[in-house]
Design a protein around this ligand. Structure first.
Ligand code: SF4
Length: 453
């Protein structure tokens, strides 16, 4: 099993890609900062959103039942899926019942989590992802590396090569506008020929039994308006109680995600479009278990804006695939251990704990605190790598004993004077650092000598 540090090291071998990935995401982070500063009530909105989510999660059972009641009254067919397998079986069942074999799908991290595409393809369904970034990773047979910009790890030239193979464009074509044009034709045919359209859900509204889908390309809207069947797949945590709450969340979402004032298309789907069908598949897949852990529950408030990924220095320099989970970055590092602690034991350590993720989160999830708690869980479960366990034990001994601490301080000051700089630079830690000049005495010695102690 590849750990995050191993995968991150492989990603960082390509220094040029790492630098460009870092800068591209920092650009989005900077745009986010600009638009949020233009809103004087930004912090009040974050507090409100955090409160709404905490309230909703504390009564999730009631709101889910209210949502189902209203959706049924609107003529929607509601399905409940306990896990990924059941979700996939339900979607396939809906398609088979209506003889549908061609599905267009807008971006949905939930269906990525359930590995829906390979499942449907294995059962004879043709799936075309209609979001351009998703289409790129689908053609490359890769997983998305970012929850908002799925193909952010790919260079223009790589996309050009992919499109040359699939759409017959020139292998040298790397102009984003012309590449997008090349993808448009085949996508349009897929949209017009689809038997069914599947979308994710940004928000489910308990009060109306409707859902909200946000896209910038209009691909979800085109899909559901052309196909006779609309299947919307939603995690149980996506609910908000009232339509009025959307006024808070829609303002936060686009600004946090891409630095836009509003997502280009925010569609509220409530009833089936006659004579078509509308299905909601409501999925648990481990979320109830997460809800049952009070100290980790707040992670379910996530609205998948991606801001914590864009700001994270570790994510920016290690790429999304290095996390080995559907949701990468800081939010993935606190959700994935709840699904499989042993498999994702390295993720809570994929952070400098600088706190930037918590600062930008529009729903105020205290991600650094959650990372810290998961680290403790990993330690208690005996899942720390041997080297880290040994280091922690040694450091615990040093910090737990004044005599040891002072002796080690003396040794470190001597080492700083006698160990040549080139030796330190041979280690991963020392490669990027200038060693400090060793002080003659410790702070405590100085404090006592200067008569302050
Ligand atoms: S944890 Fe917060 S910042 Fe990160 S994706 Fe979720 S809502 Fe956005």
């Amino acid at each position: 099993m590849t750990t995050h540090p191993e995968a991150a090291e492989a990603f960082a071998q390509d220094a040029e890609r790492t630098a460009w990935h870092d800068q591209a995401l920092w650009f989005v982070r900077a745009k986010r900062d600009q638009v949020t500063r233009a809103i004087p009530e930004w912090e009040a909105l974050r507090t409100l959103a955090s409160g709404i989510k905490a309230h909703t999660l504390s009564r999730l059972d009631e709101y889910l039942e209210q949502f189902e009641r209203n959706a049924l009254a609107n003529g929607v067919v509601v399905h409940w899926a306990a896990d990924a397998d059941e979700h996939n079986r339900i979607v396939l069942g809906i398609l088979r019942d209506r003889g549908a074999t061609r599905l267009v799908k807008s971006k949905s991290m939930l269906t990525e989590e359930c590995h829906l595409n390979p499942y449907l393809e294995a059962h004879g369904i043709t799936v075309v992802d209609s979001d351009l970034g998703e289409r790129i990773v689908q053609l490359g047979r890769e997983a998305p590396s970012h929850i908002v910009m799925p193909a952010i790890h790919k260079r223009k030239a790589e996309v050009g090569a992919l499109f040359a193979e699939h759409f017959g464009t020139s292998p040298d074509e790397d102009d984003p506008g012309r590449l997008a044009d090349a993808a448009r034709g085949p996508l349009r045919s897929a949209l017009f020929g689809a038997d069914a359209a599947l979308t994710g859900v940004n928000f489910g509204v308990a009060e109306t039994g409707g859902i909200v889908v946000c896209t910038n390309e209009g691909n979800a809207d085109l899909g559901v308006h052309l196909a006779p069947i609309h299947i919307a797949c939603m995690g149980i945590e996506k609910l908000v109680p009232r339509v009025a709450d959307l006024g808070v969340f829609l303002r936060l979402l686009a600004r946090s995600a891409t630095g836009q004032p509003i997502t280009a298309y925010s569609s509220h789907v409530v009833t089936p479009r006659a004579p078509g069908q509308l299905h909601f598949v409501i999925v648990d897949n481990g979320r109830s278990e997460h809800l049952g852990r009070p100290e980790f529950r707040e992670a379910l408030a996530c609205i998948r804006c991606g801001a914590c990924l864009n700001t994270c220095p570790v994510y920016r320099r290690s790429g999304g695939h290095s996390y080995g989970s559907t949701i990468p970055g800081p939010i993935g590092a606190i959700l994935s251990p709840g699904v499989d602690l042993a498999k994702h034991a390295s993720l809570p350590f994929a952070s400098t704990l600088c706190g930037s993720c918590g600062d930008v989160c529009p729903v105020k999830i205290d991600i650094p605190q959650q990372l810290y708690r998961w680290r403790q869980m990993v330690g208690r479960a005996g899942l720390l790598p041997a080297k880290k366990r040994l280091t922690m034990t040694l450091l615990g001994g040093v910090f737990g004993s004044r005599a040891w601490y002072e002796w080690c301080g003396r040794m470190a000051r001597v080492a700083l004077r006698v160990v040549p700089g080139w030796l330190a630079r041979r280690t991963a830690w020392g490669r990027e650092r200038e060693l400090p000049v060793a002080p003659k005495e410790s702070f405590r010695e100085w404090y006592q000598r200067s008569g302050r102690g």
